[in-house]
Design a protein around this ligand. Sequence first.
Ligand code: SF4
Ligand code: SF4
Length: 300
Amino acid sequence: MQDRPLPSEKPNTTMLPQDAVNKTDPADIARDILAQAFALGADVAGLAPVDALRLSPSERLFPQMIDHSRDHFAEQITTGLPHGSVFWEEDAKTVLIFGVAHPADQPSLDWWCGEIDPPGNKKMIRIGKALRAYILENYPDIHVYTKRYHVEKGGLYLKEAAVAAGLGCIGRNNLLVTPRFGPRVRLRAMTLSAALPAAGPADFDPCRDCPGYCRKACPQHSFDQVIYTPEMTGIRHLPGRDGSYFRKNCSMEMQKNEDEALTGLMPEVCDHPEKIIKYCRACELACPVGRGNTSDASTH
Ligand code: SF4
Ligand code: SF4
């Protein structure tokens, strides 16, 4: 049992020196790895047991979905599994999930430059590579598997992993809502072969007493009618909580954003003009939770 809680947001502590870490104690290893994630620039990070995520609500719902849209990045399945199924490495025991804040005042973190990853994605890739190298160097017995973003290419359901890791809850906008940054975070994950202690879902629900600013902000009315019910699907945790999130409407807005994108320069990611795609974030930016909080690690 861990004697101190695991942080899910950047703690006010510096990393322990390596010789102060008991490398046979899973709780010590967990704290050290999470501290390293924060030191590398993550704004949220946590651990979740793989067993809690097998056949998650999203994976079970997938075969019943009437509104899934396969974007062109996810068209080609590389796992060899049915569409929507998660590939778990045989010895994977723990999901290490981390995220980077995407505050409203740094919108370009989220902008695509043609098909070039937005700066926020690049930052997460950098953190992921450095974190993997750190774990391999300091814990050579642990196998580390970097997970791709798309489930079809070996990824996992990031929001469900984040909830299981205590990072926040799924809001009525169908996004992960964290206490500090609200829904303005982007996530990445890797799996580890070591069984490490997890914080477990957090007792946090800002949506309970909220009039639903997120839903009112949607230009495509993506939450206007219930399309999935527990009775119909046999699943209690549904998109948008009450089964009202209609992904196809949202995809229409994404398509519109791509069609209307103007050509411009983003020198931080590309040295020639490209279409700068600014995907809709209305349901994310309208949420008052964590508004105004910026990353402590914006210099990374
Ligand atoms: S705007 Fe309100 S209902 Fe929507 S995600 Fe934020 S807290 Fe929840
Ligand atoms: S991203 Fe935009 S279109 Fe999609 S659900 Fe949110 S507000 Fe609606």
